[in-house]
Write a protein that binds this ligand. Structure first.
Ligand code: HEM
Length: 122
């Protein structure tokens, strides 16, 4: 399906009530009120790409069908992303709680070894 309009990332960001899933643009402004997962969860993604989150939930074929009805066009993937779109991607990659946990464990082990070293000398 590619008979829709072509949007740049910036155009989508400026539109109210539109999201991007798999490089396609959907007008979800009316659908959000009927979304079984709640309106806010989608509203957070207005103007942005929510492919990952949409797929992580494991939406049913029924949800995919609903999506088709909301299709308004495609995104020009070569266009420049808006600041908001870049921020959400960066947030996802740099926000790694696993890394913080590992750093905390390493710090504790180092502190313990240092402490043991000091007490052994005496
Ligand atoms: C924008 C297009 C979207 C459509 C058309 C859509 C559609 C649906 C539909 C029809 C359901 C009912 C269950 C199913 O059939 O799979 C559902 C459930 C759900 N959706 Fe979406 N959804 C969209 C986006 C999102 C996004 C971006 C999220 C964010 C994480 C999300 C989170 C959820 C959750 C958590 C449920 C489960 C609700 C429950 O069973 O309690 N959805 N969605």
């Amino acid at each position: 399906m590619s008979e829709g309009k072509i949007f740049t990332y910036k155009e989508v960001a400026e539109l109210d009530g539109h999201v991007i899933i798999n490089d396609k643009v959907y007008n979800v402004s009316e659908f959000v009120n009927e979304h079984p997962g709640g309106d806010e969860i989608i509203m957070e993604f207005y103007g942005q790409d929510c492919t990952q989150d949409f797929e992580d939930i494991g939406h049913s074929p029924d949800a995919q069908k609903t999506l088709q009805k909301l299709y308004v066009g495609d995104v020009d993937t070569t266009s420049e992303k808006s600041v908001k779109q870049v921020e959400t991607v960066e947030q996802k990659t740099s926000d790694q709680p696993e890394f913080k946990k590992i750093a905390a464990v390493l710090f504790l082990v180092a502190a313990l070894l240092l402490y043991k070293g000091f007490t052994a000398e005496k």
